[in-house]
Design a protein around this ligand. Structure first.
Ligand code: NAD
Length: 330
């Protein structure tokens, strides 16, 4: 597993990059971070990039490769990637494939990227066949979590991160689940973030290539991805997974007797965040079936899905496309 470094502020981050990552030849930053003016104190050359879920595609990967070529990078060089989940997924893929792979360090700058996207070595981008359909498994050299970067996040983006964190709680930690749902304010302590990261890393350590246990991390994502794509990404990843988890908690009750109380607690948490609890699918059943067939966890007419018997008690089962379609259309 990659090394995790925890830092409180951007002064410590700049010092760490300048002093401890001296081989780093290029730093790629999410354009949302210009306000921190990190670049004026960084020794290595830097470039800002504007990316989004809509541009998480091959064209943007080609732009990143172009930046790497024009910076004369070779495999003795290393890069630092600072940004949200979209930026990390795109640049990690570009770094992993550039000249057969150069070493990289990740600095997640959103809550979602801190607790999820920066750990476990998955990268990739979207194409006409769906979300993250092209990508590799390749671990970064290290992950630097700098908590001050969260201060400028829009409330909505922060809440999207809380959704992945509550998912970590649901699949692996009653303590995280209880802490989140009982918090007065939705801002969370750094200790909860660190615990969330631990849940993900423990799972990945046991099943790096996602042949079994790592699929637990996809809880809420099978239906979440359907929502994201049906909405043409007007519904964000966090909002889509939040609603996906409601459906998948319902299926958990049906298949594994998940107590209704857990569903009620989760729904009241979404209400506290002011998140939507339902979604009206716009596209035809054939369109949705097409997306399901392209899901990386699908077989010919069924999909591996994670359902819970209780908080922190996940199970992996295969359910038919017909059952899923029936659930989301009713
Ligand atoms: N590789 C993995 O294992 C993994 C896991 C979970 C999610 N993901 C991917 O992560 C993506 C979602 O990531 P996300 O929620 O971070 O979205 P995002 O990367 O789109 O970031 C959300 C917004 O916040 C801005 N931003 C970033 N840092 C900021 C900061 N410090 N202050 C202010 N604004 C800032 C970004 O520019 C963007 O507009 C999805 O594409 C998903 O597929 C990957």
């Amino acid at each position: 597993m990659s090394r995790n470094i925890y830092l409180n502020n951007t002064e410590e981050l700049i010092k760490y990059i300048n002093e401890d990552l001296q081989n780093e030849s290029l730093i790629i930053l999410d354009s949302a971070l210009e306000q921190f003016k990190l670049h004026s104190n960084l020794n290595a050359s830097h470039v800002y990039l504007k990316v989004s879920e809509e541009t998480k595609n091959l064209e943007t990967v080609e732009k990143i490769w172009e930046i790497m070529f024009s910076s004369n990078l070779n495999r003795s060089h290393e890069i630092v990637i600072i940004g949200g989940g979209v930026m990390l997924d795109l640049c990690s893929f570009a770094a992993s494939t550039f000249k057969r792979g150069i070493s990289y360090t990740l600095v997640p700058s959103t809550l979602l990227a801190m607790v999820d996207a920066s750990h476990g070595g998955k990268n990739g981008f979207n194409n006409d066949y769906g979300k993250n359909q092209i990508g590799t498994f390749n671990l970064p050299k290290g992950v630097i979590v700098c908590f001050e970067l969260l201060n400028t996040l829009k409330e909505k983006d922060y809440k999207d991160g809380l959704i992945e964190l509550v998912k970590h709680g649901l699949i692996g930690s009653k303590e995280i689940f209880d802490k989140l749902i009982s918090a007065e304010d939705f801002k969370i302590e750094t200790e909860v973030i660190k615990k969330g990261i631990q849940i993900k890393e423990d799972i990945v350590k046991e099943d790096y290539l996602e042949t079994g246990k790592r699929k637990y991390l996809n809880f809420g994502h099978t239906i979440g991805h359907l929502i994201e794509q049906d909405s043409k990404f007007t519904v964000s990843h966090g909002e889509a997974v939040a609603i996906g988890m409601i459906y998948e908690l319902g299926l958990s009750k049906k298949h594994f007797g998940l107590p209704q109380e857990v569903i009620d607690l989760y729904i009241s948490y979404l209400e506290k965040l002011d998140y939507k609890k339902s979604y009206e699918f716009e596209n035809s059943i054939d369109y949705l079936l097409g997306i399901l067939k392209d899901d990386k966890k699908s077989k010919s007419d069924s999909v591996d899905i994670v359902l819970l018997s209780d908080v922190s008690q996940p199970n992996l089962i295969c359910i038919s496309f017909d059952e899923l379609i029936e659930v989301i259309k009713n």
